[in-house]
Design a protein. Structure first.
Length: 81
């Protein structure tokens, strides 16, 4: 009895989905430049400077917040096992 080929009528292979997600991510990163230019013209130089300062502080706080989380998470999982 011959085996039937897997159906390709689904949403596509995982590789194809990954390529689409990656392409979408690149498109979003490229469009960020246009967004920042438009945003800076809408709120002015002072407002844009405050926005960038707040964004930078938020990013820095996020990095500090996860600092050591990989090691600490491994220790916590090890203690539970």
């Amino acid at each position: 009895m011959p085996e039937t080929a897997p159906s390709t009528s689904g949403r596509g292979t995982p590789l194809a989905r990954g390529v689409l997600v990656n392409a979408f991510g690149i498109l979003v990163k490229v469009s960020r430049t246009g967004y920042l230019i438009l945003f800076s013209r809408l709120i002015g130089a002072d407002g844009f400077g405050i926005y960038l300062l707040a964004f930078t502080l938020q990013e820095l706080a996020g990095k500090i917040g996860i600092l050591g989380l990989h090691w600490g998470g491994g220790q916590a999982v090890g203690a539970l096992l």
